[in-house]
Design a protein around this ligand. Sequence first.
Ligand code: CAA
Length: 246
Amino acid sequence: MSKVALVTGGTSGLGAAICSQLAADGYQVVANYLPDLKAQALDWQQAFSQLGYTCALAPADVSSETDCQRMAQILIEQFGRVDVLVNNAGITRDATIKKMTSEQWQAVINTNLSSLFNVCKPLIESMQQHRFGRIVNISSVNAQRGQFGQTNYSAAKAGVHGFTKALAQETARYGITVNTVSPGFINTSMVAAIPDDLRNEIINSIPVGRVGEPEDIARAVRFLVDDNASYITGTELSVNGGIFMH
Ligand code: CAA
C-alpha cells in the first residue's frame, strides 16, 4: 500500500509543488488548507486531478490545537496512518518592531511555529507504532541570517529548526526522521509581496542568478522523505541558490 503524506498549506505555493512531487512519486497525498480558503482549495484540487493526480483535502487552521487534533483523528480513521508529514504552512506579517502589533507577532508565531506542536503531537504516536515516519519542517533563510522587518518570522522560523532537532532525538529510535528544509527566495506570492526595488536587489544578490522555483523545494523534500534517507535526521538542508552559506 502506498504511503500517506500530509502537507500543511498544501494547496498553494511551496505546498502545492510538494503535493505534486509526492503524488508523482506514488504517495497518497493529503493537502491541508485553511478552512476559510475552501473555494480556493477545491479549485486547486480540481486542477490537480486534471493533471492526473488525486489528492485528498484536510481543512484545519494549523494555529489551532483543536483543529489539528480533529484533522489527525480523521486522517488516522480514513487512511490508518500518516507516514510523511510536511509542515509547510506559513505566513508573513512584516513590520519593523516599532510598528509591529502583538497580533502580527502572535499570528506568525502561532501559524509558523506553534503549528508544529499542534500537527505533530496527535500524529506522533501512530508513527511510533508503525515504526516509520518522515517529518520535514519548512524554515527559511531569513531564520538563518535574520531579516529587517521580520522579528516575528525570523524568530518563528529559527524555532522551527530547534523543534526539528529536539523531536529528531525523541523519535530516532522509532524509525522516524525529522529534518528542516530552509528555502531562500522562491517564486511564490510571499516573495512577490516584497517591495519591488528590494526584491530586485535580493534577486541580483543570489549567486545562481535566479529566484528558486517551488519545485526546487519539492525535490529537497522528496529526497528527505525517501525510505532510503533513514540515516538523515535532525539536519537542515538549505535550498537557497547560494544566497547564504554557513
Ligand atoms: N536594512 C537597513 N535599513 C533598512 C532595511 C534594511 N534591510 N530595509 C529598510 N530599511 C530602512 C529604510 O531605508 C527606511 O529608512 P529611512 O527611514 O531612513 O528612510 C527605514 O528602514 C524604514 O523602512 P521602510 O520605509 O521600508 O519602512 P516600512 O515600515 O514602510 O516597511 C518593512 C518596513 C515592512 C520591513 C518593509 O521594508 C518590507 O516589507 N521589507 C521586506 C521584508 C522582507 O524581506 N520580507 C521577506 C518576505 S519573503 C519571505 O519571508 C520568504 C522567505 O522565507 C525568504
